[in-house]
Unconditional design. Structure first.
Length: 78
């Protein structure tokens, strides 16, 4: 029997949100150095919130690592 869609695990329910809460926007503005105590909380400037792409290993880096492991294995076998 399959699991109901509403009973998904917590990690699968977490996803990227484009809209930040007011507290998150203030925190982000502080990080960017655009926050001053003079700014009203109700009229905050817009803050770009982009999803960070998880990068894959570079193919060249992966090939170099494979070459190093192969070379070390050859040295050990001698």
């Amino acid at each position: 029997m399959s699991m109901d869609r509403s009973l998904k695990s917590k990690s699968s329910l977490t996803r990227h949100r484009n809209v930040l809460t007011r507290a998150e926007r203030i925190e982000r503005l502080k990080e960017l150095g655009r926050w001053t105590e003079d700014i009203k909380v109700m009229g905050l400037p817009k803050v770009a919130h982009r999803k960070v792409a998880v990068g894959k290993k570079d193919k060249t880096l992966k090939q170099e690592q494979e070459a190093e492991t192969a070379a070390s294995e050859e040295k050990e076998s001698k």
